[in-house]
Ligand binder design. Sequence first.
Ligand code: G3H
Length: 478
Amino acid sequence: DGDVFKYYADGEWKKSSSGKTVAITNPTTRKTQYKVQACTQEEVNKVMDTAKTAQKSWAKTPLWKRAELLHKAAAILKEHKAPIAECLVKEIAKPAKDAVTEVVRSGDLISYTAEEGVRILGEGKFLVSDSFPGNERTKYCLTSKIPLGVVLAIPPFNYPVNLAVSKIAPALIAGNSLVLKPPTQGAVAALHMVYCFHLAGFPKGLISVVTGKGSEIGDFLTMHPGVNCISFTGGDTGVSISKKAGMIPLQMELGGKDACIVLEDADLDLVAANIIKGGFSYSGQRCTAVKVVLVMESAADALVEKVKAKVAKLKVGPPEDDCDITPVVSESSANYIEGLVMDAKQKGATFCQEYKREGNLIWPLLLDNVRPDMRIAWEEPFGPVLPVIRIGSVEEGIHHCNASNFGLQGCVFTKDVNKAMLISDAMETGTVQINSAPARGPDHFPFQGFKDSGIGSQGVTNSINMMTKIKTTVINLP
Ligand code: G3H
């Protein structure tokens, strides 16, 4: 009936006084795999108090010491990659190998952040007054980056470890304390990841993990007066958080509808390989997944054939067997995907494979001849279903991309780099990849969604900067 896990506060593992738990359903078996504590609002209040106190002395801890602890946590996390990956397999049905990769990538991210932090936080600015009109050299201005206070991190189910540490590590190196609210699917992997920070010896109360129902503690956390910054990755919830949050910095990444624009001169084998990787890895459950292919009519038949051949080779089944396509995270997600497929069917899309579903497992599906009146042309399936829209001109492709309410990433395939640059400039997305599928990594690259895809820039350096404020001291000379 599922192992029960404790939450983490004040350096200890605790049971909630609510006496209640939240069940985590294994997407493959659809049975309860684990249970986590349903924390109460009073417990959140306590966590916020300890986070505030712990932050004060952490901010005074030398930067090199903070970095040293992060390096230690990174090493321990990598040692624990097998049990954490197992949680990812059971909780979110991530293919076994990808689950291990997520943990290793997270260890690397922590180390890189520690290194980047000691460099960029170890430097300030020195300005003199006489560069501005009307001033003599009578003022010396010194600036440094100081922590914000308590950072609230809310990662999504698809990267419960990696998108948690991408918030935790920059927050900590910059001298903040951290409260983590993990996604319910993925909460146990996140608790185990935080256990590695615990083993590394971070001060009590500096990191806390509260688990529970969004309906009970979600708004309470995000609107809590003790929170000085929110870093959130997920869906539309982010929009409502941004409306309710106080006057604090927000870093949000809220999904996308990444377009893949394919020109006539593109290397179609390269495109097909990237469509498979970009559209179907982790069964399309990535915000940066290729979510619509916009291909020039003259190249479309050949491209669709190549992609079809590769789709046929995808292994479909349980994550334990390291299949390419595994069950999507929940029944409601599978139902939503099915709704998009049925709408496309009714409106006349061409099915390149037969639609097949067993429980939460949906077989990979390429939909050709999708038109703008179909929901799937605009909505994010977050599943292994990819629409192809045939375009008559590059302008039409750019227009479709920019008509989306999302603006995360996009990609363009052509051998003409000049054309690619112009298309990149025209696409209203945070990142455009030339001749490769969209991706957030390497994790030190800037990562920012435009429009409904988010606010605030991510990537290691940007996240560290975002989790600090500028403190200025001016020396006035006599
Ligand atoms: O799901 C959202 C992630 O930020 C995407 O990361 O490009 O490494 O899969 P990824």
